[in-house]
Design a protein around this ligand. Structure first.
Ligand SMILES: Nc1nc2c(ncn2[C@@H]2O[C@H](COP(=O)(O)OP(=O)(O)O)[C@@H](O)[C@H]2O)c(=O)[nH]1
Ligand SMILES: Nc1ncnc2c1ncn2[C@@H]1O[C@H](COP(=O)(O)OP(=O)(O)O)[C@@H](O)[C@H]1O
Length: 208
């Protein structure tokens, strides 16, 4: 059975970190999304996002797309299907509006993980990531970031909520959650036995 783990939450709660952990430790296949926001230092095309312009963005066939802090973001069904060709478990990072769309459109396949952390911690982490203080302030004050500070009603009862403060506890909470989903991710020894790829190796392979 194909599954997609949708990771959602406010900026700096650790969505990308958890996504990378689930790909490396559990072999889940990352689904990249498209955005018109500028690349951050260190981000790479085809590794972190597919970076688009306003003109190229709508050349994609989106399963859902949103506006977040004035920029466009969207995820395609093709991207998800490509991931499912490689592994039964895909993982994607979306805002809460995207998570709601996935639950509505793919109710049998979608598992939502909603991350939280204290707002002070969020700001500290975004600074660690290298974002400027002006950017952090703008991002955290945006309507969408404020909205995503709380689990929307449509996700209540459908999301596993993890407070990502202590990383060891987060890893344990993820393991416990995956066990309760009756997941088969632990039962894919041939996948897990493969040498771990770096994100860049994986991107190079995907490009062919
Ligand atoms: N709905 C939706 N949200 C997305 C998509 N891609 C990224 N996001 C979300 O857009 C928001 C902004 O992402 P990003 O610019 O990387 O900023 P960050 O949250 O500060 O790491 C985050 O909540 C992401 O989860 C997408 O394709 N669809
Ligand atoms: N549990 C944690 N403890 C300490 N730092 C963390 C933890 N989780 C994430 N981080 C760090 O916080 C920063 C922001 O995390 P990131 O995954 O980019 O957040 P998001 O994708 O939700 O915006 C990164 O530098 C990351 O290494």
């Amino acid at each position: 059975m194909k599954q997609v783990v949708v990771i959602s939450g406010a900026p700096g709660t650790g969505k990308t970190t958890v996504r990378n952990y689930l790909t490396k430790e559990y072999g889940m296949q990352k689904v990249l999304t498209h955005t018109t926001r500028p690349k951050r230092t260190g981000e790479q095309e085809g590794v972190d996002y597919y970076f688009e312009t306003d003109a190229t963005f709508f050349e994609n066939h989106f399963l859902e797309h949103v506006e977040y802090d004035g920029k466009k973001y969207g995820s395609s069904l093709e991207g998800l299907q490509k991931a499912w060709q490689k592994h039964d478990w895909a993982v994607i990072v979306l805002d809460t509006a995207g998570a709601i769309s996935y639950l509505q459109q793919l109710p049998q396949q979608t598992l939502v993980l909603y991350l939280t952390s204290s707002q002070t911690q969020q700001a500290v982490r975004l600074a660690q990531r290298g974002d400027t203080s002006a950017l952090i302030k703008q991002r955290l004050a945006s309507q969408e970031a404020q909205r995503d500070l709380h689990l929307p009603q449509q996700l209540q009862g459908h999301a596993c909520v993890i407070r990502n403060n202590d990383w060891e506890q987060t890893k344990q909470a993820l393991a416990d959650w995956l066990q309760t989903t009756g997941s088969s991710v632990d039962q894919a020894p041939e996948e897990l036995a493969r040498p771990k790829q770096s994100d860049h190796e994986q991107a190079a392979e995907e490009k062919g």
